[in-house]
Design a protein around this ligand. Structure first.
Ligand SMILES: C[C@H](NC(=O)[C@@H](N)CCCCN)C(=O)O
Length: 471
């Protein structure tokens, strides 16, 4: 008797990579929206009166609801309702939040009753900033929930296949989005004569992301029909129970991964906010544009290398070792920025350290996210990703504030800073040594956790050092 083996939609290379492109586009547009206002800080100050501290509050609002528990609920929604519903919900929240922020910075908003009311309390925060922060908070919930949904979707579609390469490519595409918007946003704002133009442009792109994800859901429905699942919890036979969260939270390896994640990313994303200014201060006050030109090799370097490292992980493994090397490079780079760059003012050292940091930023994400399905039961994978993001978001929300205050206090008696402020100079030559040492300390703690992770993997055989594709 001949047995016919039913081919599934994700067995076709073309189909699973098409699925990846469709979901990665949602994240690409999402990451563009996140940073659309980052290069416009001074313009927003001129046009809408947002001071640097208002800008900081607005930036933190992205993570606020997530930190106060939304991401935990998001994990339950993801595991209970599946990747189709949660993806659509996240993309819709991203679009609604984006549209609110667009309205807040548009010329239609000032003079309305809502604007007058919002201006009547907490007067240091303009009405436009309050409403934009509210929109960004909703967008941030959608975007982080989408990030976890995408990881779970890739784990489902690429299980036993090129999973790490697919996750690496998805992250690479998102990083290209950051690079692209840093280049496009100032041009659009200048050409259209308003900060609302790039925000409106990216809001439209976020809507396109909602459409591409919707197309993916039709493909995923087909995969479920082939898997014989009912579509509510697409990948698992067993029903998810909220009580399962207890198993995650009491798992030692979960906490090792979550803490490693928050420590590592706290030395990356918050650094990204200060990086260009740090280069300016250490390279004899080069222009902000010249500093950005050096700094943008960081996300682009990571984008180019991440898929190769993902492919390496698929075929050769060594995930825990990659995490260790990523942390070692992170420590080395921050120490070079802290001590070698201020002493040498060398552009060659600046460029090569940025490239090294890009390699680190490829090593850790490429190894970290595909390792989660190896240590966590599939039916609670969504909750596990969300809980890791939750712990990480706490760091991303508060570390920039910590770094900002350390930068201010460690420069309080800096004569060059005092003189520049007294002279009313636009450029303030801050000394970044203390914040950079803090970033390096995060790296040291992440390294210790990576070494520990490798040890418990060796003992418990989680397979972190094993390839995803078995020959
Ligand atoms: C996949 C991973 N994403 C995250 O860690 C997000 N929780 C944070 C994204 C922050 C963007 N402002 C990554 O991008 O490596």
């Amino acid at each position: 008797m001949t047995e016919t083996i039913q081919k599934r939609i994700n067995d076709s290379k073309a189909m699973r990579w098409t699925a990846l492109i469709l979901i990665a586009l949602m994240m690409f547009f999402g990451y563009m929206f996140v940073d659309v206002m980052s290069p416009l800080q001074s313009l927003v100050e001129q046009e809408r009166g947002w001071s640097p501290s208002v800008f900081g509050t607005y930036a933190a609002s992205e993570y606020l609801l997530n930190v106060f528990g939304f991401l935990i609920i998001a994990g339950v929604i993801l595991d209970k309702c599946g990747i189709r519903f949660t993806g659509e919900l996240s993309a819709s929240m991203m679009f609604i939040g984006a549209a609110i922020k667009f309205y807040a910075v548009s010329d239609w908003f000032p003079g309305t009753g809502l604007a007058t009311w919002l201006d009547s309390w907490w007067i240091t925060m303009p009405a436009s900033a309050k409403l934009a922060s509210f929109g960004f908070m909703i967008f941030g919930c959608g975007c982080e929930m989408a990030g976890t949904t995408v990881s779970k979707a890739i784990a489902k579609w690429f299980k036993g296949k090129e999973m790490a390469l697919a996750m690496g490519l998805e992250m690479a595409i998102a990083r290209v989005g950051v690079f692209a918007i840093f280049s496009i946003s100032p041009i659009l704002a200048e050409k259209m004569g308003s900060i609302a133009a790039p925000v409106g442009f990216c809001t439209a792109l976020v809507f396109i992301g909602l459409i591409t994800y919707t197309v993916f859901t039709f493909m995923d429905r087909k995969l479920d029909a082939q898997l014989g699942a009912d579509g509510s919890n697409e990948t698992s036979d067993e029903e998810f129970k909220v009580a399962d969260l207890k198993n995650i939270l009491t798992s030692q390896i979960f906490w090792v991964v979550a803490l490693l994640c928050v420590l590592y990313y706290s030395a990356i994303f918050p650094f990204q906010r200060y990086g260009a200014n740090m280069l300016q201060c250490n390279l004899d006050g080069i222009s902000p544009a010249a500093a950005s030109n050096i700094f943008r090799w960081f996300p682009i370097g990571a984008a180019v290398i991440t898929p190769f490292l993902g492919s390496f992980l698929d075929h050769k493994g060594k995930g825990a070792t990659m995490l260790m090397w990523g942390a070692i490079l992170l420590i080395a780079c921050h120490l070079i920025f802290a001590f070698v760059l201020p002493a040498t003012h060398s552009h060659v050292i600046a460029y090569s350290t940025i490239v090294l940091l890009g390699i680190s930023f490829a090593l850790v994400p490429a190894a970290l996210w595909p390792s989660v399905p190896k240590i966590i039961d599939e039916k609670v994978l969504g909750s596990a990703y969300c809980l890791i993001f939750w712990v990480q978001n706490i760091g991303l929300c508060f570390v920039p504030m910590l770094i900002g205050s350390v930068l201010a206090s460690s420069n309080a008696n800096n004569p060059a800073v005092i003189a520049a402020k007294e002279a009313g100079d636009e450029f303030i030559p801050y000394n970044y040594t203390m914040p950079l040492v803090i970033f390096a300390c995060f790296g040291v703690a992440a390294l210790i956790l990576a070494i520990y992770l490798k040890a418990i993997d060796r003992k418990n055989h989680f397979g972190l050092e094993e390839p995803n594709i078995k020959a």
